[in-house]
Design a protein around this ligand. Structure first.
Ligand SMILES: CC(C)(COP(=O)(O)OP(=O)(O)OC[C@H]1O[C@@H](n2cnc3c(N)ncnc32)[C@H](O)[C@@H]1OP(=O)(O)O)[C@@H](O)C(=O)NCCC(=O)NCCS
Length: 205
């Protein structure tokens, strides 16, 4: 069961995950936003295109999202600069990363898991001090994904043309991420000694 305490974690995807990924990429709720019916991949295509070694040659890292020990979704991050094939040609900053993700089970959509997944991915990517900004590019009519990204701290910039068609360009800068994190930081006892009049916003046990 999904509760507000449910924790989504990420692990690196391995070759063993590829048959499962093939199944997921052929599910309607995923392929409708990942290239459409004609982009449904065969197992051979997934084994080739998503093999972690092949992805890393394109500066893409693939992850499996986990909840309570079960795989619940696919996520990937990439280095935007030098993506090739017409992607991100104006990018000059080597610190920009992009993300994409999908939940595997259509019955789990719209319950907050995607927001948890994106939070986990953003948190992990910003652990690398070289990362300056994270971007994403949902289709303009993928309102659920756009809302999920907004809840996870992304801000819409503009509509752009990509090799896959129009997209909403959304970003989260390191500065915005760190500001949001310090605003959410739990109240500390040392702060209390400096500001004795303030009530603690978190319960202590
Ligand atoms: C995109 C995806 C990862 C988001 O995960 P999720 O768990 O469904 O998203 P969340 O529940 O965390 O947030 C979705 C938000 O969109 C809202 N939403 C859902 N359908 C919506 C719609 N048609 N219009 C506007 N908002 C919508 C939900 O109400 C929720 O917002 P709220 O919490 O303010 O009410 C998931 O839906 C998914 O895998 N979709 C299929 C594949 C896909 O689109 N991948 C993304 C490609 S960019």
């Amino acid at each position: 069961m999904i509760t507000s305490d449910s924790v989504v974690t990420l692990r690196l995807m391995t070759e063993q995950d590829l048959p499962m990924l093939h199944d997921w990429l052929n599910r309607h709720h995923i392929f409708e936003w990942w290239g459409g019916e004609e982009a449904r991949p065969t197992l051979a295509e997934v084994l080739e295109e998503y093999a972690p070694n092949n992805l890393s040659r394109e500066s893409v890292t693939a992850y499996i999202a986990m909840l309570d020990g079960e795989p619940i979704g696919y996520a990937q991050s990439y280095v935007a600069l030098g993506s090739g094939d017409g992607w991100w040609e104006d990018e000059t900053d080597p610190g920009v990363r992009g993300i994409d993700q999908s939940l595997a089970d259509p019955s789990q959509l719209g319950k907050g898991l995607g927001t948890k997944l994106v939070h986990a991915l953003v948190e992990m990517l910003f652990q690398d001090p070289e990362v300056t900004k994270i971007q994403t590019d949902p289709a303009p009519d993928n309102l659920r994904a756009i809302r999920c990204y907004e809840k996870a701290g992304f801000v819409r910039q503009k509509t752009i043309a990509t090799p896959d068609g129009p997209a909403v360009y959304m970003v989260q800068t390191r500065q915005a991420f760190e500001q949001a994190r310090s605003a959410a930081r739990p109240f500390h006892r040392e702060d209390e000694s400096r500001q004795p009049g303030l009530a603690s916003p978190v319960e202590r046990h």
